[in-house]
Design a protein around this ligand. Structure first.
Ligand code: SF4
Ligand code: SF4
Length: 417
């Protein structure tokens, strides 16, 4: 199980590290927009944004109702990095993992007592932490700034305020986190476990100690020593902080196997029951199974909306507005949300011929850019009478899909115009 957990953690960490360099996902800080494979996702793309978050929430709730706080133990990168630094503290500084940072205040480790850390060990440890932090600084900066731009800025030394502020800024936070904070954040600060607790029930998967065989426990303490969050898995009242990593179960299983007795610690989940045939069956009356069915069923709603959002996505956006102080002058703004340039055709209907002048009826908008076209109403040339004249502006993409966006407007012609 430990190997599987490390594999899952490694896979998630690698995905997070590689993602910004694939161009598949980025957040444009200047506009607050998301970029998916280069396509801009605006907050106004309601059927993508809203169902996506709802899908994440509902999917997470489905997992938590069955498996408890597995996210923390198996997926959270704060825990993964903290575990790696624990490993370095043990191997490089030859100390207890709780000996460094804020955990020493709460758990009671003391580096000065019994530490075999050498000066070389400290230099090696510090170098690894700083290099890790710089790498994390570059990775997380890549989520906000295009890595190509980052690299060009680093090479040329241009845009120093951006590059040389963002990367060291994020890196410094990680140095602080990895040296000082680590599991202290998970145990005492992070609000995410509270949210996961909301979906737990008595039936959610958890570590169980075989109380009936309590006297068989030799007190070897291997389970306690292996616990990432420093709780005693034999003490059920501590289950609120357990992240279901399974390390204590593995420790007790290995220890018990050597003595040829069953492990005192196991994962318990009443979503399965053992039938007369000795096989596992889904326990349909389990609250965990019911909650899973409910949350999984609800997940279908945002999933359907999200699929609808993908198919109805329009990769451009228009606004048509009157110029302030000018009754007959307008601006048509066309934003191209695609990662490649796009040609558009502009049409109007509703006004008599010659009564409107559009700056151009064809325009190419570069990738991710906006172009503004002036539009004027010509009352005299079009013989427009006094009063309100409604009209519609159409913008059609010049590609095989020929997607169209329209905006209604009206112009008021008063005497003397
Ligand atoms: S009690 Fe066991 S499963 Fe829970 S966090 Fe500690 S080691 Fe992991
Ligand atoms: S590992 Fe098993 S035997 Fe050892 S202290 Fe923990 S529960 Fe008891």
């Amino acid at each position: 199980m430990t190997t599987l957990r490390y594999l899952v953690q490694g896979l998630i960490l690698t995905t997070i590290a590689v993602l910004p360099f694939t161009g598949l996902f980025r957040i444009d800080l200047s506009t607050g927009r998301f970029l998916l494979a280069g396509y801009q996702i605006w907050w106004s793309d309601f059927f993508l944004i809203f169902p996506f978050w709802l899908l994440l929430i509902a999917g997470a709730a489905t997992i938590y109702s069955m498996l408890g706080m597995v996210f923390c133990g198996w997926a959270c990168i704060q825990n993964t990095l903290s575990e790696f630094v624990d490993f370095l503290v043990i191997k490089v500084l030859k100390s207890k993992k709780q000996s460094l940072g804020l955990d020493s205040l709460t758990i009671g480790g003391d580096l000065s007592k019994g530490s075999k850390a050498t000066a070389t060990g400290w230099v090696l440890f510090g170098t690894i932490i700083v290099l890790m932090s710089v790498a994390l600084g570059v990775i997380f900066a890549g989520y906000f700034v295009n890595p190509k731009i980052l690299w060009s800025d680093i090479r040329t030394g241009s845009n120093a305020h951006g590059v040389f502020f963002i990367i060291p800024g994020i890196g410094a936070l990680f140095v602080l986190d990895l040296f000082l904070i680590r599991h202290y954040w998970c145990n005492w600060v992070c609000p995410y476990p509270l949210w996961q607790h909301m979906f737990k029930s008595e039936a959610t998967m958890k570590v169980a100690f075989d109380d009936a065989r309590r006297e068989e426990c030799t007190g070897c303490n291997l389970c306690v020593k292996s616990c990432i969050v420093d709780i005693d898995p034999r003490d059920t009242k501590n289950y609120t902080r357990c992240i279901n990593c399974g390390e204590c179960v593995v420790a007790c299983e290995d220890y018990s196997a050597k003595k040829n007795v069953p492990s005192l610690l196991t994962f318990h989940f009443d979503g399965f029951s053992i039938g007369k045939d000795g096989k596992k069956h889904i326990n349909k009356v389990s609250p965990a199974v019911n909650r899973f069915a409910l949350t999984a069923g609800f997940t279908m709603i945002p999933l359907s909306l999200f699929i609808y959002g993908i198919f109805s996505y329009v990769p451009f956006h228009i606004t048509f507005s009157q110029n302030p102080g000018h009754l007959t002058r307008y601006s048509l703004a066309i934003s191209n949300k695609k990662p490649v340039s796009q040609r558009f055709r502009i049409e109007e209907d509703g006004l008599p011929a010659n009564s409107i002048h559009i700056g151009t009826d064809q325009i190419t908008v570069p990738a991710g850019s906006k172009k503004i076209i002036p539009v004027s109403i010509l009352p005299k040339e079009g013989n427009l009478s006094e009063g309100l004249h409604p009209f519609v502006i159409h913008v059609i993409s010049d590609n095989p899909k020929k997607q169209e966006l329209s905006q209604e407007a009206s112009v008021y012609i008063s005497q003397g115009l």
